[in-house]
Every structure is written in structure tokens, then in C-alpha cells.
Design a protein around this ligand. Structure first.
Ligand code: ADP
Ligand code: ASP
Ligand code: MG
Length: 813
């Protein structure tokens, strides 16, 4: 014999019920089919009962909906010739339901007994209609009302299954019943004196397990809307996968901690008899589903699943009077139990100064009232504080039989959450060590589940979520590079890099699932009006794991936003030099925020575009080397200018060309005045460990005062025309000495300087072509012959690739 249970969504409409018929016809064994109410009906019945009890006539609308839904089902599922008797039976039942609701309306109250009676109509009607449908389809099918077979007793005020009489009734009925299929309503039972009782929300699973155990079935099959018990709720974690095989204990733990696919009490009856459970998908019957048996997980993954329970609250009992006084916790738990409040999680600090329990948010008001009342004496004397509730929380739990024999799992769990700025309120680890759970803010649940899932299940595929500000020259190249490398990154570096938000100065656009990088320009155009504060708000609201803010602008205003990102554990990658060359305190505080919140702050492209200059410097220092001197040509823009400027050209035209080809900042004066180089050497000096400010750097500018004093690009270019003779003289003087002009930055003994120099033939800097940069690091390990980094130090493509490299660094972080 096999027991098959079909849940609410499996029986939600006529098409689904036809799917069930097809599944049933493939069985040769005798089967019992346990069905839930049509999807959503139990909620509607509960709602109608509450409305009626609060004397709100809106319950009549709900009743009307229920009536239409059930009558339509009959009309669709039963051939016209057989419809009338079924319709009249359904109408009769609905009339009884109406009478009960009217009763609640007139009394203005609903007792638990009446409530059970009202909700029982969901399963009563669905099972009757389904069995009639199967009969009309020619199946050898019978109907049996579960109230006649499953009996409950009252224990401590609660209805619990009386297994002894239930087993007897079930055996005696099914031993005599010869039909191939028997359809029974799930969820409902009755007490010995004939009152209708129910088995708790989701209880049809339990009904099926009770039949399975009573009849010693071969298997219990739970047919639902997903292909098994997953590594996490598939509605929250897209990457979750069905678990092929899991032990009873693991399944029980996962379901206790929120895996709704199986109602927690279901396992108990079948466990004692070793009956396997299979969870199958009604809509994809060809998929294997999950097998639940007594055999423990050997080999395989240590963590089998991650589950969560939302709508939780914490209740803390604290006070100096609790230390060393026996019986306080006993009283605390007693009052909660007497008030019928279920405690999901408990923690007590070893100081005994406080006890904290996790309960459903719905129970908070009642708990606070009963606990404060029970401890009135202690509260009045200041020995215990009034109980403090905290709502809006959720429990997240890792589950696995073998977790106890593995170290480091909780460390990994908490560091993953920490890296993603998920604040952990309370931690609990069951004595069975099959479960590590923690309480977090409900708003962080999705992020936490996905981050943990990635860490424990996704073969190290890490998702990076980018928010890109600035899509001009550099930004556009960067997006194209990501687009073309997407597959490579996934396959070779196990990184799934997605761009979730982009903005330019006009519009901004977000897509939580990742922006289509083949069409980002159109998507951005269709976006909302750009607003820096809203951009930050959106990044925070999306609350995605491994979020990275990428600044491709040269804007001071944007540079000021880094603090708010880093402070929320959102990494920052920037080619904008303003933050790192601003006041030392600001630079230092960004670096310390990055450390504190575990969010990398990377700016490799601030010096030498894509050249690995800062990374090399960091590695030298981290490995114990000391920087003695830095000599560098750091301005690709000035190189471009002085490598192309001669007596056949004009200085103005060369600078214009450099600007147009993206070799200078949008404001070329920043490069020509030497400010850009000052910023770069300042950053290198700071990264070498020196507390320098920009004003400490010596700069002998070759630009005339008048050019330096201009305040817009037009005026600046005009001044270049005016002083052409001066520029030609600088060129001519160098040429006469067989030297070339290079803009050199130097740092030694805590002093930094920048300026145009005539570099003679044979010098390391002489043959610097195009926009190349070169840096010479003289260190304790490289005292005479320096470590040299040389290559293109400007241009959108190489800058974009430097930003890209920083993103990869974060991916490997
Ligand atoms: P039914 O109506 O068939 O009883 P339920 O809604 O009670 O179905 O349970 C199935 C749902 O459980 C799934 O649609 C899914 O959203 C949820 N669920 C939560 N956690 C898990 C998990 N770990 N694996 C599978 N489903 C889960
Ligand atoms: N119909 C009941 C509920 O929604 C029982 C079940 O579906 O398992 O809770
Ligand atoms: Mg269910």
C-alpha cells in the first residue's frame, strides 16, 4: 500500500487535478490519496470566521467567493450528466458553512471548536469533489471521511492524535476495503465525542503520515509544487537545489526551522516504522524529488540545508536578581507554556544575567503581559527588569547530521553574514549539533540565505553585485569588458559578476536580476532621474550580498558618498582620485571603515590606470619591505603631450588632442598644472605609510600664472595659445641639451615633489613613449636597481581594465 498526499497548490484548479489523475493511473498498488483544501481555501475560511466573529458582514463576500470556486470546480470536473447530485451535495455543505458563520456573526465570537468546524469545510469539499471526478474518469475509487478514522484526544488542553484507536479504525476499515484508490480529506479528524478537530496548519502531510504508519505502508509520497526538499526555500534562493536523499532527523530539523514543504509532525509516525517519505512535484512528476529515510548522510555535504522562520520576536528577561537564583528560568518557561506560547529558540548567557527566547511575533503582546505579571514581585524590587520584546526578526538555521564532527562551520556562517553586514542578534546551537541557528533582522533574510547558500552549496560560485556610477569613457568600456568576460569569469574564476545599478548624471536604472549589458544604454535612458541620495538608498534597500559600488566619475560629490557605502559593508572601487588625495583624515577614515566593515576599498586606477602599482606597493609592504624612494613619471596625459609636442606643432593643439582622445581629465588643467601628478605621488606616499597632505608636496609648475588662474576650459585653452612662445622655449632648451621633457614625481625621506624635468639620453625615463607611465621603487630589497613598473598609464580601456582587476580582487577576497 502507498499513501499519496496532494497539497493545496496541486489541487488548486481543474487542470492540476487532471495532472493528479494522470499520476494515479501509473500506479498498480492499492493507494490512499490524501488531499488538502483547494489552494488558498483554508486561509479564506479562517478569514471569513474572523470577519464574522468581529461582526463584519464582509465575511459574506468571502463565502460567495468560496461558493463560486467550488461550484465551478464541480462544473469543470464532473460530466454534465453526473453533475446535479454532486452540485446539490456541495451546496448543502456550503449552507451548513453559512449557518456556522452566521452563528459566529450573531454571537460576535468564535470558539476554537467552531473555528475547527468552519475550516474543516476546505478539505471536506475538495476531497469529495476530487473523488467524484476520479470515479467519473472510470477509476476504481472510493471516498472515506478521515473524521471517522483519525481520532484525537485532549492532552493539556490540546488536541493530539489518539494513535491507538486511530490505528485500529484505519486497519479495520482498509483491510476490508477493496478499491484500488481511496480518497480521504487531509487535515481533519474528530474527537471521541464527535467534535470536528484539525491537525494544525499544513496538517494534511500529518494525516497522510498517520495513515502510512497505521497501515504500515510501503512509502509515503508528498506531492507538492516543488521537486523535493531543497537546500533552501527555492522561492527565496534561486540557486537552491533539491536534496536527493536526507535523513529523518535532518528533514525534521529543516522543517522545524521553516522548510514548509513538510509539516514538522509528519515525520514522527513514519520514523518509528522506518517508512520512507518521498517528496515529489505534481507539475514535474518525472523529477526524482527527495527521499527521506532513516539512513544518515554519509559522505556528501556536511551542511544539508538552510532554513528560516520569519515573523519572529525575541523576549529577554534580564536583571541583577537573576544571578544564582534557582527557578527563575523554570518560572519563565512555565508562564509561557501556560499561556500556550511556543518557544522556538533559547539562549542564556553564562553570567545568568539574562535569558532570551525566540517566539512568534504574534505572541509578543500576550507574552509580555503574562511574564511581567508573573514577575511583578521581582520587578517592583528592581531585581528583574520588565521583559523587553524585540520584533521584526527571523531565525536562520544551518542543518546537517555531520555538522558536529566538523570544526569551523559556525565561524564560516557568522563571517559570511558579517561580511554582508547582517547583524546577528542571538546565536543558538542545539545539543544535537545538527543545527546552528541565529536570529537576524527580517529585512536581511533574503540576503543572508543567499550569501550562506553561496558559501555552503554553490561550489564557490560567488555572485558580485555591482552598482556603477559614471558610464562615460571609462565606465562604458568597463561595462563592455564585463559583458565580454562574463562567461570566462564564471567558468574559470567561479565569479558571477552582475551589474545591478547604473547611473550617469541624467538618469539611473536598476534591475535586481542584473542589467542586460548588451542593451545598457537604452535601459539607462529609460531609467528614472539620477539622484545620488536615491541611488545610495536603492543600493541599501536592495540589500544584495557582495555589493560593490564602482565610481567611474571624477566628482567630489560622489567621492563623499564612499563612507555611507563602506559603513554598510558595501565595497568601493574607484578610479576617482579625489577621496584618496583629500585630507589625510578622510583617507585614513575610509581605510579604517573598510577594515571595520570588511568591505574592500580599492583604487588601483588612481595611479597609472591599469598598471599594478598600488597592489605591488601593498604587497611589498605586507611582506616586510620598506620603501626608500619612489621616482616616477605618472602622468600619461603629460607624457602624451610632451612626447608629441615639438616645433612643428602648437602646445594648444596637442593638449586639445589629448583631451579629445581621453588622455586627460575632463578638465585638462588638472593634468597640466601638475595637480593630478601631485595627487598620485601623495597616494603612493600614503600607501607607503606616510601621513602627507597635498600642501606638503612641492610643485614647480611650468604653466604661466595666467593659465593657472583660469577657471574654465575655454579660458584655459585661450591662455595656451597666448603663451605658445613660452612653451616653444621650454621645448627648444631641452632639445638643445639632447634631452626630453618629462614630468617627474619623486618621494624620498618623507618629502614629495613634482615638476617638469629635462631628462638626458640614457636615463630610465628618456625612452618613455606615448602615454606610458613608469614607477621606480627603491626599497630595502631593491636598493640600487629599482623594481620597475612600466606601461600605458592612461586611456579609457586600460583604466577600465584596472577597475576590472579591483573587482576580481574583491571576488577573491
Ligand atoms: P503544499 O500546499 O503542497 O502542502 P506547501 O506550500 O505547504 O505546499 O509547501 C511547499 C512550499 O514550501 C514550496 O513552494 C516552498 O515555497 C516552501 N519551502 C520552504 N522551504 C523549502 C525547502 N527547503 N524546500 C522546498 N520547499 C520549501
Ligand atoms: N489546508 C490546510 C492548510 O492550509 C492543511 C494543509 O493544506 O496541509 O493549512
Ligand atoms: Mg504543506
Amino acid at each position: 500500500m502507498k499513501i499519496l498526499k496532494f497539497g493545496g497548490s496541486s489541487v488548486a484548479n481543474p487542470e492540476n487535478i487532471i495532472k493528479i489523475k494522470n499520476i494515479l493511473t501509473s500506479y498498480e498498488d492499492k493507494i490512499i490519496v490524501v488531499v488538502s483544501a483547494f489552494g488558498g481555501v483554508t486561509d479564506q475560511l479562517i478569514n471569513a470566521g474572523e470577519l464574522a466573529a468581529s461582526q463584519n458582514t464582509a465575511y459574506k463576500n468571502t463565502l460567495k467567493d468560496l461558493e463560486t470556486r467550488h461550484l465551478d470546480m464541480v462544473k469543470e470536473l464532473i460530466p454534465i450528466t453526473l453533475q446535479s447530485s454532486v452540485l446539490s451535495k456541495v451546496k448543502t455543505e456550503l449552507n451548513v458553512l453559512e449557518t456556522l458563520l452566521e452563528g459566529a456573526f450573531f454571537i460576535g465570537e468564535i470558539t476554537p471548536k467552531l473555528s475547527d468546524k468552519i475550516v474543516s469545510f476546505g478539505e471536506l469539499l475538495s476531497s469529495y469533489i476530487i473523488s467524484e471526478n476520479l470515479v467519473s474518469e472510470g477509476l476504481d475509487c472510493d471516498y472515506k471521511d478521515s473524521r471517522e478514522l483519525i481520532k484525537t484526544l485532549k492532552v493539556a488542553g490540546k488536541n493530539v492524535v489518539d494513535f491507538e484507536s486511530t490505528n485500529t479504525y484505519c486497519k479495520s476499515y482498509f483491510n476490508q476495503n477493496a478499491s484500488a484508490i481511496t480518497v480521504c480529506p487531509g487535515f481533519i479528524a474528530s474527537s471521541h465525542n464527535g467534535d470536528i478537530t484539525t491537525l494544525g496548519r499544513g496538517g494534511s502531510d500529518y494525516s497522510a503520515a498517520i495513515y502510512a504508519a497505521a497501515l504500515d505502508a510501503d512509502v509515503l509520497e508528498i506531492w507538492t509544487d516543488v521537486s523535493g526538499m531543497y537546500t533552501a526555500n527555492p522561492k527565496m534562493v534561486k540557486q537552491a537545489k533539491a536534496i536527493t536523499h536526507i535523513s529523518y532527523e535532518e528533514a525534521m530539523e529543516l522543517s522545524h526551522f521553516g522548510a514548509k514543504v513538510l509539516y514538522p509532525p509528519t515525520i514522527q509516525p513514519v520514523l518509528s516504522q522506518g517508512i520512507s517519505i518521498i517528496i515529489k512535484n505534481t507539475f514535474k512528476p518525472e523529477e526524482a524529488g527527495t527521499l527521506i529515510t532513516k539512513s544518515k548522510n554519509k559522505g556528501g555535504k556536511t551542511v544539508r540545508g538552510i532554513s528560516h522562520i520569519g515573523n519572529m520576536a525575541l523576549l529577554s528577561l534580564e536583571g541583577p536578581g537573576m544571578v544564582g537564583i534557582p527557578g527563575i528560568s523554570k518560572r519563565f518557561f512555565e508562564v509561557l507554556s501556560q499561556a500556550d506560547i511556543s518557544v522556538v529558540l533559547i539562549t542564556q548567557a553564562s553570567s545568568e544575567h539574562s535569558i532570551c527566547v525566540g517566539i512568534s511575533s504574534d505572541d509578543v503582546e500576550k507574552s509580555v503581559e503574562v511574564v511581567n505579571e508573573a514577575f511583578t514581585y521581582e520587578i517592583e524590587r528592581g531585581k528583574i527588569k520588565k521583559v523587553i520584546p524585540e520584533k521584526g526578526l527571523a531565525i536562520v538555521a544551518l542543518v546537517g547530521d555531520n555538522m558536529k564532527s566538523h570544526q569551523g562551520l559556525s565561524g564560516k556562517m557568522f563571517s559570511t553574514l558579517g561580511k554582508n553586514n547582517v547583524n546577528i542578534r542571538v546565536i543558538a546551537q542545539g545539543a544535537s549539533e545538527r543545527n546552528i541557528s541565529c536570529v537576524i533582522n527580517e529585512k536581511d533574510v533574503k540576503k543572508a540565505l543567499n550569501a550562506l547558500h553561496e558559501e555552503f552549496f554553490e561550489e564557490n560560485i560567488k555572485q558580485l553585485n555591482l552598482f556603477v556610477m559614471g558610464v562615460g569613457n571609462v565606465g562604458a568600456k568597463f561595462l563592455n569588458q564585463i559583458n565580454s568576460q562574463e562567461k570566462y569569469l564564471k567558468k574559470n574564476l567561479r565569479l558571477n559578476v552582475r551589474v545591478v545599478g547604473i547611473s550617469n548624471s541624467r538618469t539611473m536604472f536598476f534591475n535586481e536580476k542584473g542589467i542586460n549589458l548588451n542593451d545598457w544604454k537604452n535601459e539607462l535612458d529609460s531609467g528614472e532621474k539620477a539622484n545620488k541620495d536615491l541611488f545610495i538608498e536603492k543600493v541599501n534597500d536592495l540589500n544584495l550580498r557582495n555589493s560593490i559600488f564602482v565610481d567611474n566619475t571624477a566628482s567630489e560629490e560622489i567621492a563623499r558618498t564612499y563612507k555611507s557605502f563602506l559603513g554598510n559593508s558595501i565595497s568601493v572601487v574607484t578610479c576617482n582620485k579625489i577621496a584618496c588625495s583629500s585630507a589625510y583624515d578622510n583617507y585614513a577614515s575610509l581605510k579604517s571603515l573598510a577594515r571595520e566593515y570588511n568591505a574592500p576599498f580599492l583604487f588601483e586606477t588612481n595611479v597609472g590606470a591599469g598598471l599594478p602599482i598600488i597592489d605591488t606597493l601593498k604587497n611589498l609592504i605586507a611582506s616586510g619591505d620598506k620603501i626608500l624612494k619612489i621616482q616616477a613619471v605618472l602622468s600619461g596625459s603629460l607624457n602624451f603631450v610632451f612626447n608629441n609636442f615639438d616645433d612643428t606643432t602648437t602646445f594648444h593643439d596637442i593638449v586639445k588632442q589629448a583631451q579629445e582622445e581621453g588622455y586627460t581629465e575632463p578638465d585638462p588643467k588638472i593634468d597640466l598644472s601638475g595637480i593630478d601628478v601631485m595627487r598620485k605621488i601623495l597616494i603612493l606616499a600614503r600607501e607607503s605609510g606616510h601621513m602627507l597632505e597635498i600642501k606638503d608636496i612641492k610643485n614647480d609648475s611650468f604653466l604661466p600664472q595666467e593659465s593657472l588662474a583660469t577657471n574654465n576650459n575655454e579660458a584655459f585653452f585661450e591662455s595656451l595659445v597666448k603663451y605658445e612662445d613660452d612653451f616653444q622655449k621650454i621645448y627648444g632648451d631641452a632639445k638643445a641639451k639632447n634631452s626630453r621633457l618629462k614630468y617627474v614625481a619623486q618621494f624620498e625621506n618623507g618629502q614629495a615633489s613634482v615638476g617638469l624635468q629635462e631628462i638626458p639620453k640614457g636615463h630610465d625615463f628618456y625612452n618613455l613613449e606615448g602615454s606610458d607611465n613608469v614607477v621606480l621603487f627603491y626599497t630595502e630589497r631593491y636598493p640600487n636597481l629599482p623594481l620597475i613598473i612600466k606601461g600605458a598609464g592612461a586611456g579609457a580601456e586600460v583604466t577600465a581594465s584596472g577597475i576590472f582587476a579591483d573587482i576580481i580582487r574583491i571576488g577573491n577576497f
